[in-house]
Design a protein around this ligand. Structure first.
Ligand code: 6PG
Length: 240
């Protein structure tokens, strides 16, 4: 399984190296293709990274050739503090020259979230065509091993056909939209960002076990070209 991990002193150093890798990857991608597709996650860990990209890389990444999607979304209005779109807008999107046509938020206004998921698949198909193939999938992991909004034992995790589905989180906001496991695994490069001592058990279970933690959703995600886990020392404490 093409997966490796790097351990950094703290979330700031983790974010700094992740931002540099994103810039390198984007640069490499754009040498071969006109645009680069990135899927963002929510939660607290990527906040530093998004801010750093906005400050340090506003002019070092050709944002006009980057298309931003979401790996998952909470089914709340886009101006809700819990929204993953709002997190990325506030910390990154409003601060770099991303054309509106390059920003592809998950829709959250359909009365039926399953219709919103279907609509997002159409958005993805408009960009990717027959098969999804994100250049970069940015993910986190929950203490239960979930990633995006694919929770252990959920129907969403088992979905093999749809590119996006609605799911139910054990914590509020309960209703979520998420890319499915086949879409995550069709990404060229996957980067997991994991920080904090509360993640040390799940990190050990996924990266420290011979089965690669396949019983956890995050343990089942691998990019085609690579899967890199960016850990801070606290999250990696049980690996050594
Ligand atoms: C979300 C995220 C989710 C997140 C993990 C880790 O919508 O919350 O996409 O999958 O990556 O829950 O979250 P933290 O970074 O806050 O620990």
């Amino acid at each position: 399984m093409n997966r490796d991990f790097k351990v950094y002193r703290d979330p700031e150093e983790l974010s700094s190296h992740a931002a540099a890798e994103i810039a390198r990857l984007t640069d490499e991608t754009l040498k071969e293709r006109e645009t680069c597709s990135v899927a963002l996650s929510g939660g607290t860990t990527p906040r530093n990274l998004y801010r750093l990209l906005a400050i340090e890389y506003a002019h070092r990444i050709p944002w006009n050739r980057v298309h931003v999607f979401w790996a998952d979304e909470r089914y709340v209005p886009h101006d809700d503090p819990a929204s993953n779109y709002e997190l990325a807008r506030r910390t990154l999107i409003d601060h770099v020259s991303l054309p509106a046509s390059n920003i592809h938020p998950m829709p959250v206004t359909f009365p039926d979230p399953s219709k919103a998921a279907e609509e997002y698949e159409l958005t993805l198909r408009q960009y990717f065509g027959e098969r999804p193939k994100f250049d970069l999938m940015l993910l986190g992991v929950g203490t239960d091993g979930h990633t995006a909004s694919l929770f252990p034992g959920s129907a969403a995790l088992s979905e093999q056909r749809a590119w996006a589905v609605n799911s139910r989180a054990p914590v509020k906001p309960h209703i979520r939209l998420t890319l499915t496991l086949p879409v995550l695994n069709s990404s060229r490069q996957v980067m997991f960002l994991v920080a904090g001592e509360e993640k040390r058990e799940i990190v050990k279970s996924i990266l420290g076990e011979s089965d690669g933690g396949a019983r956890y959703p995050a343990g089942r995600v691998t990019g085609i070209d690579g899967t890199e886990w960016y850990l801070d020392k606290a999250a990696a404490a049980n690996l050594t």
